[in-house]
Ligand binder design. Structure first.
Ligand SMILES: [Zn+2]
Length: 331
């Protein structure tokens, strides 16, 4: 089975009040862990590749590993695993074209840092090429704070999506989905202490997501799939394991999972999760190394790390996204 687009995934997600997980991939163990969780829970899957991941692992390696995940599910689990391969934060037409020509089924063109009319022009150019090749496109309005690979935005330069722009943007560009900024943020340090309050245990509590903006966007774009970037929750148990085993991640904080579940019940059909997988993997490896100082075979620590990725993704699929048992609807 070839890779699929997200069109059917989003239509079903919108209708049934859930979101599809878009997980960032960089290597074999991450892809295997994610695919194992999706196979076990019969979940549709978006595997996304950033410009940085593509530079790290090489386009062809990632493509072949993803194809292997589909074949493996088919041959060993007897299950057609629907995977959409998506470019995360494409910043030029050339990069999007290269991913489309190289077999991706979806691309994001992120013109959100450009002036509005330039964003429209660039996005429209990518949409025309993508649609000619059977590929879908995600655009972005509003700017998220935080750091993700090459995308770095200071909190003071971030801005919420302006709902009054969304109909014009979607109509003029022809995009298939739209990423909006309602208070999520890239990376493991989503908010500074000054932006947060502290709970009884002294942990940072971030400001709530702007559901009022999401509601207004939903009203203006009925049945149109909305995307949330920067939606890791930075589970504190993993931060604790990292810090207890030689790591240093003070005040790492993310988006509470119940708010993401709420967004998934609304117009949000795709939720991007990257940092939580990194945390799960790093926590597992740090703890393993500390407990087994004599081991030096990478398989010894990558095997439990892969299992940690699988467990994290399974938790997201079932408890946060609600996309379990929806795979058949994506085919
Ligand atoms: Zn992003």
């Amino acid at each position: 089975m070839p890779v699929v687009t997200s069109t059917k995934m989003f239509a079903d997600a919108y209708k049934n009040g859930y979101a599809v997980g878009a997980f960032n991939v960089n290597n074999m163990e991450i892809i295997q862990g994610i695919a194992a969780a999706a196979t076990e829970h019969h979940a549709p899957l978006i595997l996304q590749v950033s410009k940085g991941a593509r530079a790290y692992a090489n386009h062809i390696y990632l493509m072949k590993l993803i194809e292997a995940a589909i074949d493996d599910a088919e041959q060993h689990a007897g299950f057609a695993l629907p995977i959409c391969v998506h470019l995360d934060h494409g910043d030029t037409f050339e990069l999007c074209k290269s991913c489309i020509d190289g077999g991706f089924s979806s691309v994001m063109i992120d013109g959100s840092s450009k002036p509005y009319e330039e964003n429209i022009k660039l996005t429209k150019q990518v949409v025309e090429y993508a649609h000619d090749h059977g590929v879908v496109v995600e655009g972005e309005l509003g700017t998220l704070a935080g750091i993700e690979d090459d995308v770095k935005v200071a909190a003071e330069d971030s801005s919420y999506t302006r709902p009054e722009e969304v109909e014009d943007f979607v109509t003029r560009t022809g995009v298939d989905s739209l990423a909006i900024a309602i208070g999520t943020s890239h990376g493991a340090y989503k908010f500074t202490a000054a932006q947060c309050t502290r709970n009884a245990e002294g942990l940072l509590v971030p400001p709530p997501l702007r559901f009022d903006i999401l509601k207004e966007v939903e009203k203006r774009l009925p049945e149109f799939p909305i995307v949330l970037h920067g939606s890791s929750s930075v589970p504190q148990e993993f931060v604790k394991i990292i810090n207890a085993n030689g790591g240093k991640m003070p005040d790492a904080v993310g988006i509470p999972e119940e708010q993401l579940r709420e967004a998934a019940r609304m117009a949000v059909c795709k939720i991007n999760i990257d940092s939580d997988l990194r945390l799960a993997m790093t926590a597992c490896i740090r703890q393993y190394m500390a407990e087994h100082p004599e081991h030096f075979d990478p398989r010894q620590y990558l095997k439990p790390a892969r299992e940690a990725i699988k467990n994290m993704v399974a938790h997201k699929i079932v408890d946060v996204l609600g996309c379990n048992d929806r795979a058949a609807a994506a085919l």
